[in-house]
Design a protein around this ligand. Structure first.
Ligand SMILES: [Mn+2]
Length: 329
């Protein structure tokens, strides 16, 4: 008996954590068919056709029709009523308060099979997914950090290759070596990102706001907060395109990600997911890392216009201004 009995496919988030969680499952059951997605796609129902009792969902929002649910995001956790209905219908819920979904998958499977080839990479997956990377390691931009940056829905083939390598027992060194030229190119890409972040970031009321919309450049929170410095408690990164779509990885919808500045000495006391869910009911994630799509002002159901971004930003900043009353965890 395995928890994967009856599971034939996996839908996982398209970052290193989602990929590693899927790799852990695929190590146990190599014939699993793995699809990568992102939270907004799942919440919008765009991948409902992939989700039934034969599907495991990893590192993504809960879906009541799946067979195995594996995650660690607080805002994704099914409530006890949802969970008991799900379990009565045969679903397995493995939501754990772990630093990564990969860790939750690893803990679930470790008694079934030998996962020791992943022991070296797991602590780094945990750290990357939970703000545990030191400023020094981040600035170093080592090969694993670059590998994590190389993963994107716009290159699904690369994701499948890396997935298969981790699932089939390759060592971390072999995997990094096999992608050397791709990873080397990401060193210079980061210099371009850093320049764009420097040019487009302002600090308002201790929130670093980095607007990369319409540029095609993306940045994670680590880079923005490293550049903003300790004055910023958190950051808001705006990315994507006003006429973009959540369905198009090369022209994504206008969205915002919120990250705590994990390089500061004090822990962030605020629940940033309140910002991510303030205007977008499909927004969410962790208290320290979350995101949402920019919404039409006034909640209307229409195409975005130029002023919507500023409208959303103003509302986020209003809530942020009251953070000591409204956003403490
Ligand atoms: Mn995760």
């Amino acid at each position: 008996m395995s928890v994967l009995d009856g599971i034939v496919r996996v839908v996982a988030d398209s970052d290193l954590d989602g990929l590693m969680a899927a790799a852990v499952l695929k190590a146990s059951k190599p014939e699993l068919d793995v699809h990568f997605a992102h939270p907004a796609l799942l919440r919008a129902g765009s991948i409902d056709h992939l989700i039934d009792r034969e599907t495991a969902i990893c590192d993504l929002p809960f879906h009541e029709d799946c067979g195995l649910y594996l995650d660690h995001h607080l805002t994704n956790r099914p409530n006890s009523e949802q969970q008991s209905v799900f379990e009565r219908q045969g679903g397995i819920c493995h939501w754990r308060d772990t630093p990564s979904a990969a860790r939750a998958a690893y803990d679930l499977m470790k008694s079934e099979l030998d996962l020791s080839h992943l022991d070296e990479v797991m602590p780094i997956v945990d750290a990357l997914d939970s703000g545990g990377i030191s400023l020094e390691d981040f600035m170093q931009d080592g090969p694993i950090i670059r590998l994590s940056r190389s993963l994107s829905l716009s290159d699904p083939e690369h994701m499948q290759v890396v997935l298969d390598q981790f699932a089939s027992g390759f060592s971390l060194a072999e995997i990094l070596q096999s992608h050397k030229s791709r990873l080397d190119a990401l060193t210079s890409e980061r210099e371009i990102q850093a320049k764009a972040v420097k040019e487009n970031t302002r600090i308002v009321d201790r929130l670093a706001i980095c607007d990369l919309s319409e540029t095609g450049i993306r940045s994670n929170g680590y880079l923005v907060t490293a550049i903003a410095g300790p004055e910023a408690i958190a950051c808001c990164v705006i990315h994507g395109y006003m006429d973009g779509s959540i369905e198009d990885p090369n022209h994504p919808a206008l969205g915002a990600s919120f990250y705590a500045n994990s390089f500061r000495e004090e822990d962030n006391p605020y629940d940033l997911s309140m910002l991510a869910t303030l205007l977008d009911e499909t927004g969410g994630g962790h208290a320290n890392a979350c995101g949402c799509r920019v919404q039409p002002a006034g909640g209307a159901n229409r195409q975005l216009i130029q002023s919507d971004k500023d409208d959303n930003l103003e509302k986020w900043l209003n809530l942020w201004a009251n953070r000591d009353n409204k956003m403490l965890r």
